[in-house]
Design a binder for this molecule. Structure first.
Ligand code: FAD
Length: 333
């Protein structure tokens, strides 16, 4: 006997299918503060149309759970607390995500495309025997994603046919989800037994009163043109006048002027601040890949032919050793 069916449009059918999506966002945090890229990942997850859950794994993360419960778009917060989650080591978090997946059968699992997400999700994907999609910048449909290739100079649209879609999200390509107005329920999940493969001992972070590079509204970056690590003081002084973060080109990092967590670019951090000031940086494509989405780009370079001027909104052809102290002084007045 034929079943009676409701006549439906493609749009209605898509909407119906979207309701069956359920996405797990793995939250990045340090038990005290949520890393902002998680909010961008939540926005990406919300675009899939289904229910969004967040996994918070940590040692004492009640504060984070409260914070995420209020984020718009999150339906459920799954909480796992255990000493072995100290330092958010992928060796310990992978079994937890696998167990959570077994329990809830999500259609999608994602995290920010930060060192945390890029370290963790490929392991989860390998264990689930699916291919992950990294660093997505747009969601076309629940199985079709856009990502950049060739140092950000080309876009590739991929259709993911895996039964579970696992992806990392480029933070600068999605707005941060609003941190007020949500009302998610929280639920404890049983922590997995420690694997003991690795043991977290300590972390030594660069101490800085300046804002974090990937979320700063203003970034001042220096390149090989600075000529030494000591000369970066010129940039720190300028940055402090503008409440800016300080970044660097790979050439400056490789020359040992600054630590590599300051590197902006294809193999460094991706930033998209309101204002990016490139000083003594030539503008190689690998550097542009990390900053070309900045709202306003200012370049200071003594070579008028430097490629950075092709992407700059404002360009100053000048010797940085003269121009930068003058700018700092002008801002002090
Ligand atoms: P240079 O190209 O040497 O430019 C220095 C600039 O300073 C010049 O334009 C010069 O005119 C200017 N200058 C010198 N003195 C002064 C002065 N007194 N006043 C004003 N201007 C002055 N690079 C990155 O930045 N990030 C990455 O993530 C990255 N990933 C890479 C990945 C791969 C696989 C490869 C192959 C390369 C990568 N690179 C990356 C390196 C990149 O190709 C360039 O070599 C690098 O960006 C150059 O850095 P720079 O602009 O500081 O140095």
């Amino acid at each position: 006997m034929n079943r009676a069916f409701n006549k439906t449009s493609l749009k209605q059918l898509t909407g119906l299918l979207q309701r069956f999506q359920s996405t797990l966002v793995v939250a990045e945090h340090n038990n005290e503060k949520l890393t902002p890229i998680t909010l961008n990942a939540i926005t990406a997850a919300s675009k899939l149309g289904g229910e969004v859950s967040c996994l918070v794994a940590g040692t004492n993360c009640t504060k984070i759970v409260e914070e995420i419960s209020k984020v718009q778009g999150v339906k459920k917060v799954l909480v796992a607390q255990h000493d072995s989650y100290k330092g958010a080591m992928p060796e310990e978090l992978t079994p937890l995500i696998l167990a959570t997946q077994k329990q809830f059968s999500f259609t999608h699992i994602c995290a920010g495309a930060s060192a945390f997400g890029k370290n963790l999700l490929p392991r989860v994907a390998a264990k689930l025997d699916v291919a992950p999609v990294s660093d997505i910048i747009e969601i076309k449909s629940p199985d079709t994603f856009v990502r950049t290739i060739y140092a950000g100079n080309a876009l590739s649209t991929v259709k993911c046919n895996e039964p579970i879609k696992i992806f990392t999200v480029r933070g600068t390509s999605f707005e941060a989800a609003p941190t007020e107005g949500g009302d998610a329920a929280s639920e404890e999940v049983a922590p997995t037994s420690p694997t003991g493969i690795s043991e977290w001992l300590e972390q030594s972070l660069t101490k800085s009163d300046r804002p974090e590079l990937t979320s700063a509204k203003v970034v001042v970056s220096g390149g090989r043109g600075l000529k030494s690590g000591e000369n970066f003081k010129l940039l720190y002084d300028l940055a402090d006048k503008m409440n800016a973060a300080v970044g660097a080109s790979r050439a400056a990092v490789d020359a040992g002027y600054v630590p590599n967590d300051m590197q902006v670019g294809q193999t460094g951090k991706i930033v998209a601040p309101e204002l990016y000031i490139a000083i003594g940086i030539s503008g190689a494509i690998q550097h542009l890949a990390g900053m070309k989405d900045s709202k306003t780009i200012v370049a200071i370079n003594k070579d008028p032919e430097a490629p950075i001027f092709q992407v700059a909104d404002y360009g100053l052809v000048a010797d940085l050793f003269k121009a930068v102290p003058e700018m700092t002084e002008a801002l002090s007045k």
